[in-house]
Design a protein around this ligand. Sequence first.
Ligand code: NAD
Length: 402
Amino acid sequence: MQVVTIGLGYIGLPTSALIAQNKIHVHGVDISQHVVDTINAGKIHIVEPDLDQAVAQVVQSGYLKAATKPIQADTYLVVVPTPFKGGNHEPDISYVKAATTAVIPLLKEGDLYIIESTSPVGTTEKMMEYIFTERPELEGKIYLAYCPERVLPGNVMYELVHNDRVIGGVNEASTQKAIAFYRQFVQGTLHPTNARTAEMCKLTENSSRDVQIAFANELSLICDKAGINVWELIELANKHPRVNILQPGCGVGGHCIAVDPYFIVSEFPMESRIIAQAREINNYKSFWCAEKVKSTRLAFELKEGREPAIAVMGLAFKPNIDDLRESPAIYITERILQDSGDADLFIVEPNVHEHKIFKLTHYKEAVEKADIVVFLVAHTEFKTLEIPTNKVVLDFCGVRKN
Ligand SMILES: NC(=O)c1ccc[n+]([C@@H]2O[C@H](COP(=O)([O-])OP(=O)(O)OC[C@H]3O[C@@H](n4cnc5c(N)ncnc54)[C@H](O)[C@@H]3O)[C@@H](O)[C@H]2O)c1
């Protein structure tokens, strides 16, 4: 059996390595020559635990080869990016289309074509139409399915094997063919459905998280006005056996939860009111945090007759990682920078050595020098940090709640 994977990034490369570990020949395709060369040298271009050994082993044993062009295979897996574009956050499926264009001339009877990229509802059917327009003789003779990925970066090699998967074909035969493919290397349960439901399932999972976080963030705004400690409130409310409120923060970031809900909103704007509001509330929370820093700075200036020094604690989109993509902490830091004139600003991100825009300071030094300490990300280092009582603390992520 020969598999072609298209896109060798955070998801495509671990998936390719896992398939190859199961002694299936994988031809991995990426448009980046650097990515291809790195992998063929048995190395990796992304940070993911255990992936380096897996890639080194399968490249050495000959089961994984990388190239910039696909070859003829039995199964094609599309794992390219699906960002959004424009002011209305419309999904950009041009990468999926480009990957499909590359495999169309190679397809033959009996082949399986799977999209794993997070995609708007209807993408698999659209690609099916595209394929059959170009290759009408294949209609009814190949299998097409959508199978979303739900792994947690940092634990990908484990979750790829053990998570349940949702598998939706364009027809029953395609679903069964795709299930048989994944069964070779996935130990989690494989749940059959149709392609549209599988596409919507991925978007639903991340929208659900976004909506729940928006609820917590909305509570944090209400509590601030009402003079109530939101962390204590949520802890108490969660003592109810059927209530489980998430923690508020300085917004929502990352390339999934902050992005995928837009794929629903842009296509179903009339119906997706809670989902759209959740995106707005979570974005607004970041703006509100920046405004809060501004008003705290002005109050300090009025009281002390001088500009305060400010420590900004954390840039990543969630605790204890170095991933800054779509991070609300970056947005807030930029606004603080714009607002704070000549004030001394100490920017901290313990998981990153260097940043191309911000000069980074060690977290202990930043706290020592600052008058106002702003916690944006609940990194472990910040939990037990000694903060003298004369400093003003703004804790937007609950890292100092206990
Ligand atoms: N990273 C995650 O945690 C995660 C989780 C679930 C789903 N997803 C989804 O999986 C998909 C891939 O995400 P990722 O994080 O692996 O992206 P990524 O940016 O890490 O990797 C994508 C790779 O595809 C390559 N590429 C782009 N166009 C190509 C083309 N036409 N042909 C061949 N290669 C091409 C890029 O060079 C890049 O190396 C996205 O739809 C994403 O939403 C990601």
